[in-house]
Structure formats: C-alpha cells, structure tokens
Write a protein that binds this ligand. Structure first.
Ligand code: ATP
Ligand code: MG
Length: 384
C-alpha cells in the first residue's frame, strides 16, 4: 500500500483547444515546485498523481503544492492493486474510528467485476461489520471514503480533499513586471496577477545610502515569497538616489512623490520592454494615500507609452489586503520597519490633487532622459 497525492486541476479544462499547452505548463510548474523531493509525477485522465516519495515528506510536498496555481484540490490517497480485499484494507486504513460515513466509488476501469454502487455497498458493509462505532449516513456523513478504480489495475482510496490555490498555471498568461516596494500591497498585487497565470518579474527602486541594506534585504525576501508562487522570479534593483536628490534640489518639495512616481513608471516600462514583460503591475489602491488619488494615478499613468498598467488592488480596503498578505506569507516581512525610497526627502504636505500643468512645470526643471539613463546604469538583477 503506497501513499500518493492526487492533484485535480481547476480552470485548465475550460481551455478547449489550448488544453494541451495549459497542461504542459501546469505539469512543468508542479515539477518545479517539487524540486528537491524524490518523487514521480504521472498523468491520469483529468488529474495528476504524485508517487514514489518518502511518506514522512507528505506534508512538505503538500505545502509546496498548495502554492501551485491551477490546482483545484488535492487528496492524499492509498494506492493498491484493484482487488476488493486490498481496497478494503486501504479503506480500513483511512476510516475514522467512530461517526457516520458513506463510501463513494468511481470506476474508470469498466472491466472491474463490480460496478461503483456494488463496490461502495460491499466496502461499506465490510467496514461496518468489523468496526462497531461507525454507521452509514449517505446524506450528512461525518466522513466519506472515496474509492477510485483506475484503468491501469490500481485503485486509489482516500478520505480528504485539500483546497488548492486555484487560478491558472503561471506562464499561461504572459509576463508582467511588478513594481515591488517594501510595503504590504505590492507583493499581494503580484500574487493576484500570478494567480491568473502570469509570470512575474519584479523591479524595486531604492535610495541607498539614504535607505539601508536591511530595506534591500527585505525586498529580496518579499520577492522570494512571491517566487514560491511563480516558480521563480527576476528582481531588478535600481537606484533612484540621484533622482530624488535632483528633485530635492530643483523642484517644489511638495511634488517629490508625484515626480518620483513618474520616474519609476518610466524606468519600469523601459525595463519591461527590454525583458519582454507585457504589462506593469502596481500595488496601488484607490485613495489609500495622496499619490493614489485618481489625479495621482493619472499623473503616474500618463508617462507610460506602450504597456497597460494592472492595479489589482484598486478596489480593496487595507484590511482585505492585509488578510491576503498574511495568507501568502508576506505580512511579517512587509511590516519590518525599514523604509524604501519614498520616505526619504518626504514633504510634510505632498500635493494631493496635482494638476498636470504644475507637474509638467516642476518636471521641466529636470533632465528627465539623463536621469533615467543614469538610473538604468545602476540596474542589478537578482534571480530568485
Ligand atoms: P506598498 O504597500 O506596495 O508599498 P503603498 O500603499 O505604500 O504600497 P505607495 O507607497 O504609494 O503605496 O506605492 C504604490 C505602489 O507604487 C506600490 O504598491 C508599488 O507598486 C509602487 N512602488 C512604491 N514604491 C516603490 C519602490 N521603492 N520600488 C518599486 N515600486 C514601488
Ligand atoms: Mg509603500
């Protein structure tokens, strides 16, 4: 009797003609997520089977698989030869000691001598006769024993379904570039878009030495958390110190954040186009802070020439974002107190509703292209 993991997909089956492609990407992502574990993965109709792993590593495998988008649900099952005595032995193994239950059988192997109703009735009957604290309730049972008689002469017996991450396999919806700060929001935004099947690269802007190395490490850690869901990521790190200094020197201080945002967006678009990313992703949420009013967003959006900007958090409240941040394992890192660049030279009163006229007038005092080129020189790429 061997322990195996059954993986069921979610939306992949919707993808008609592209199904083969979706399944290949999905299978590859499963393999990437299980890297380092001894195992084999086999495809059955409509599901995958992970087998040949060390039993004591079952939970660790499930932990990894819970982060793979495209998985609808999983079960840990006992695999036996399709023989009623062996199926019964497995059913007994997964059966609770007391409570009401039912047996649900599925027979893919139509040559198996009993049909699914007969399998359920016989296994259920045998269980009752040897365990005195259980009884059948087909409507609201405390637990269900599932028996799946496969075509290849083996049967799977299990009693639990674990929820998968849902969504679509990462890599089936192209690639985006996430502007990642050290805050709570951007990693959540990246996670949401990855869930829709998008590969994510990250870009982070820092103001070293005004910000410290811990701030940088924090962002690397956040990108690493994200990379667990995206089967890896590339983190682009760029210095905007000289840009902040120049704004500080030449422009009205109230425009620091507004102007810096526009630089970030321009540089991000440049990097995205260079690396084949098809959109930018930010953690902006409408009205959360001064730069995220619709006027603020208009200002930062208007410098983008070619790519769409996805803002998946726009309609979320902060508590909803925090809940998601906790769920993906980013929160404890995000709340570490190291500042990213935006707080350096921060004005006491940033403009809340900047007019384009004033922004352009302030920006006119700067050598925009020159500052961007200088920033691009500082590009450092970390593969996670
Ligand atoms: P976050 O929690 O993601 O930091 P926030 O609520 O602090 O967001 P802002 O500081 O206004 O909001 O940032 C809005 C978005 O701009 C961020 O979600 C992120 O996508 C991008 N951004 C801000 N600072 C940086 C940075 N230093 N590097 C890269 N992107 C950044
Ligand atoms: Mg922030």
């Amino acid at each position: 009797m061997e322990k195996v993991i059954i993986i069921r997909y979610s939306e992949i089956h919707l993808k008609g003609k592209n199904r083969g492609y979706f399944e290949r990407v999905f299978a590859l992502n499963i393999e990437k997520s299980l890297k380092g574990f001894k195992h084999e993965t086999r495809r059955l109709s409509g599901r995958y089977l992970v087998e040949g792993f060390d039993e004591f590593q079952t939970d660790a495998l499930l932990e990894r698989l819970k982060r793979v988008f495209g998985i609808h649900s999983m079960s840990v099952a006992l695999k036996v030869k399709s023989d009623m005595d062996l199926i019964f032995a497995a059913a007994k193994e997964v059966c609770s000691e007391s409570g009401t239950f039912k047996v649900v059988s599925h027979r893919a192997d139509k040559t198996f001598p009993l049909n699914s109703m007969q399998i359920s009735a016989e296994i259920g009957g045998r269980l009752i006769s040897c365990m005195d604290k259980i009884s059948v309730d087909v409507h609201e049972p405390h637990f269900t024993i599932n028996i799946d008689v496969r075509e290849n002469g083996t049967s799977l017996v299990f009693n639990e379904f674990f929820k998968g991450a849902g969504g679509m396999p990462v890599g089936t919806s192209g690639k985006g570039l996430l502007l990642i700060s050290g805050g709570i929001d951007s990693p959540v935004a990246g996670h949401m878009i990855a869930k829709r099947g998008m590969n994510i690269d990250c870009i982070h802007f820092h103001s070293y030495p005004y910000t410290n190395m811990q701030a940088r490490d924090k962002v690397i850690e956040l990108a690493r958390v994200l990379s667990k869901y995206t089967c890896g990521t590339r983190l682009n790190i760029i210095s905007v110190t000289h840009i902040q200094e120049e704004i500080h020197k030449k422009c009205n201080g109230e425009y620091m954040v507004t102007l810096l945002r526009r630089f970030m967006m321009r540089i991000a678009e440049k990097c995205a186009l260079k690396s084949g990313a098809q959109c930018l992703i930010t953690g902006e949420s409408l009205g959360q802070v001064a730069s995220q009013t619709v006027e603020g967003i208009t200002s930062s959006n208007s410098v983008i020439k070619k790519l769409p900007v996805l803002r998946p958090l726009c309609g979320f409240d902060k508590d909803e974002i925090i809940e998601r941040s906790r769920a993906i394992g980013a929160y404890d890192i995000s709340v570490q107190p190291y500042e990213d660049c935006c707080t350096v030279f921060l004005p006491k009163h940033p403009v809340i509703k900047p007019t384009m006229e004033n922004i352009l007038s302030e920006e006119g005092k700067l050598d925009v292209e020159g500052l961007i080129d200088e920033a691009m020189q500082s590009l450092e790429v970390i593969t996670l």
